[in-house]
Design a protein around this ligand. Structure first.
Ligand SMILES: CC(C)(COP(=O)(O)OP(=O)(O)OC[C@H]1O[C@@H](n2cnc3c(N)ncnc32)[C@H](O)[C@@H]1OP(=O)(O)O)[C@@H](O)C(=O)NCCC(=O)NCCS
Length: 231
């Protein structure tokens, strides 16, 4: 294992040592406060740390790292136990979008991947225990439904050399684009490089390895289009 220094640790938590101290002091004082009182306090104080365009709801036990790279739209809701790690590129959550319990929205890019970021549109629902990895860039359009336990993984490890450890080989991250009004069924996995056209439905447990055209219903592993929603 590579040794992690204190300087590297701070770099993974915030944009500077000063911001790290401020972010952690405010988060540590408020993350646990229950009820609407906690929601109100977090709106007021987190509003100094992140960007927002109106009232947002952050429930208790939500963990946010790299506050300064987070944008929350009006009425965005982060449910109990969510985890946002916007380092070093950003996470944007559109107005009226809901991120449910225990979901992980995670950019984590320290190797200069140019498109690393996660952008979630307006009116999107992300179900419980979903994981979004944004190293190659993830864009989710407006009004999408992402069911529980969905994995959206915009990154692969290269493994071309059998003589090197896989973890020592470069990352490959092309990005994932999900159009407006897409419903992804529970437990599905969306792999890097994939585009899902607007209005499509992905069956529960599917593994999406290739692009899915607009208004399709696609199921299975690997996901295949079984019908079109257009008559
Ligand atoms: C895909 C889904 C929406 C059904 O869509 P549909 O258009 O009604 O499709 P059908 O039920 O007619 O199924 C079409 C074919 O796909 C198959 N199929 C359906 N869902 C499938 C799935 N998740 N995985 C694999 N195959 C599936 C059916 O068995 C059927 O196969 P057949 O033609 O060989 O009989 C539904 O099966 C599904 O996966 N729903 C997700 C549920 C969920 O996640 N709920 C959480 C909400 S928050």
């Amino acid at each position: 294992m590579r040794k992690i220094t204190a300087k590297q640790f701070v770099r993974t938590q915030s944009t500077s040592l000063w911001r790290y101290v401020v972010d952690e002091a405010i988060w540590g004082s408020l993350f646990w406060v229950p009820t609407l009182v906690g929601v109100g306090l977090r709106y007021f104080f987190y509003g100094f740390l992140l960007k927002n365009d109106g009232f947002f709801y952050v429930d208790n036990n939500v963990r946010i790292k790299m506050f300064s790279n987070v944008i929350l739209g009006k009425n965005a809701y982060l449910d109990y136990g969510c985890y946002l790690h916007a380092c070093p590129s950003g996470i944007e959550i559109g107005e009226n979008s809901v991120i449910m319990h225990n979901s992980v929205i995670h950019v984590f890019n320290f190797v200069g991947l140019p498109h690393a970021s996660i952008k979630i549109g307006r009116g999107v629902f992300i179900g419980e225990n979903s994981v979004i990895r944004g190293q190659g860039g993830v864009t989710i359009g407006n009004d999408c439904l992402i069911s529980p336990k969905v994995s959206i993984l915009a990154v692969n490890h290269s493994f071309a050399s059998a003589d090197l450890l896989i973890k020592d080989q470069p990352l490959d991250a092309k990005g994932i684009i999900i159009g407006d009004d897409v419903w992804v069924g529970g437990g599905a996995t969306i792999l890097d490089g994939v585009k899902i056209g607007r209005g499509s439905v992905i069956g529960a447990g599917s593994v999406v390895t290739k692009d899915i055209p607009e208004f399709s219903v696609a199921v299975g592993n690997p996901a295949k289009v079984v019908k079109s929603r257009k008559k």
